[in-house]
Design a protein around this ligand. Structure first.
Ligand code: C2O
Length: 346
């Protein structure tokens, strides 16, 4: 599957339609360039958990968000446009090249992990450029480990740039996350909630995810209808954490609970940094324990599919799934937490 700006149209916004919304990226000055890997001599960025990264690093992330918000809406590196990138890939804005009847929708399919990895890659580099700190690493929200099972305090401080008023007020800290949130509070004790969260992680990362199609999601090829079927983690805890964060009194559980607006919430990016970490964790657990199904697809329809992003130089770049499979080559890694759920067999 490939996308082209020429086939980008107004979004329709399910499930509760709002007026059609235009979230296609600005027109590029020239044709997209093909992605090239960063210089191997670039320092390795280390993405660390928000609960342990320290106030100084959180202040850097706050500053990055402030700088992105301050750019004009026409700048593809503005938070406005970065949020719209997500909108455009999730709401039917992009039509399939060759069949305008068919949507490009990267969720509920095998594109879920690679699309979001590429998205964060550019987001992180734009942040680093705006901050003037080439080694800046996007922290992650480690809600799968007990110490990370709360929204970090900065996000609920109304004077922080990380605050978003369109969230569920009942889920501000110190409420523990419910990784299996289904629009109702389950009233567990904190200890019970932690144990339940760990069991959910085990189930979604190991118990139910023994094959690439189960973990990544189902194949989605050019000429097919979108949303063939999600992977385990995409549904839970990914979707559930979006809904847990969003405001249930809004029709579409804005901001985090629906695709077109999720990227407006600064919590979106650390949330996806954790999803990206869980992708690595699934492969690592597979390698460590000899789970032979914890491997990537080898199908070229997956590997050669591509997405479009603007980079830190505001150049339009075409990046393929193949390009994002090795984070060492992308010059970052994850650090700072274990995987306490690996033995939390229900
Ligand atoms: Cu593209 Cu967390 O959704």
């Amino acid at each position: 599957l490939m996308t082209s700006l020429r086939t980008c149209v107004k979004a329709t916004l399910p499930p509760n339609p709002l007026p059609p919304f235009y979230c296609c990226p600005p027109a590029p000055a020239s044709e997209p360039i093909n992605f090239t890997l960063p210089d191997p001599a670039e320092p390795l960025r280390v993405r660390r958990p928000m609960h342990a990264v320290g106030a100084e690093h959180m202040a850097r992330y706050e500053r990055a968000i402030t700088l992105m918000r301050a750019l004009p809406h026409s700048d593809p590196r503005s938070l406005y446009q970065l949020a719209n990138v997500h909108c455009a890939y999730c709401t039917g804005s992009y039509r399939q090249t060759g069949d305008p009847e068919l949507n490009v929708q990267i969720h509920f399919s095998w594109f879920f992990f690679p699309f979001h990895r590429a998205y964060l890659y550019f987001f992180e580099r734009i942040a680093a450029r705006l901050l003037g700190e080439p080694g800046f690493a996007l922290p992650f929200w480690g809600w799968d480990v007990p110490e990370g099972m709360r929204m970090p305090a900065e996000f609920s401080n109304s004077s922080s740039p990380l605050y978003d008023p369109v969230r569920n007020p009942a889920h501000a800290p110190p409420t523990l996350v419910d990784l299996d949130f289904a629009h109702v509070e389950n009233n567990l004790t904190d200890e019970q909630q932690v144990q339940q969260n760990l069991r959910i992680m085990y189930k979604q990362m190991i118990g139910n995810a023994a094959l690439p199609s189960l973990f990544y999601g189902q194949p989605f090829r050019a000429g097919q209808s979108d949303r063939p079927g999600p992977g385990t983690v995409e549904l839970t805890p990914h979707n559930t954490m979006h809904t847990w964060t969003g405001d249930l009194t809004f029709h579409n559980v804005e901001d985090m609970g629906t695709y077109y607006s999720a990227g407006r919430d600064p919590l979106f990016y650390p949330q996806h940094s954790n999803i990206d970490r869980l992708w690595e964790a699934w492969r690592d657990v597979g390698a460590a324990r000899g789970y032979r199904g914890h491997v990537d697809f080898t199908d070229s329809d997956w590997l050669d599919s591509s997405f479009l992003f603007y980079d830190e130089e505001a150049r339009l770049v075409r990046i393929t799934v193949r390009d994002v499979l090795d984070i060492d080559k992308l010059r970052y890694r994850f650090d700072g937490v274990g995987m306490p759920w690996v033995d939390a067999r229900p």
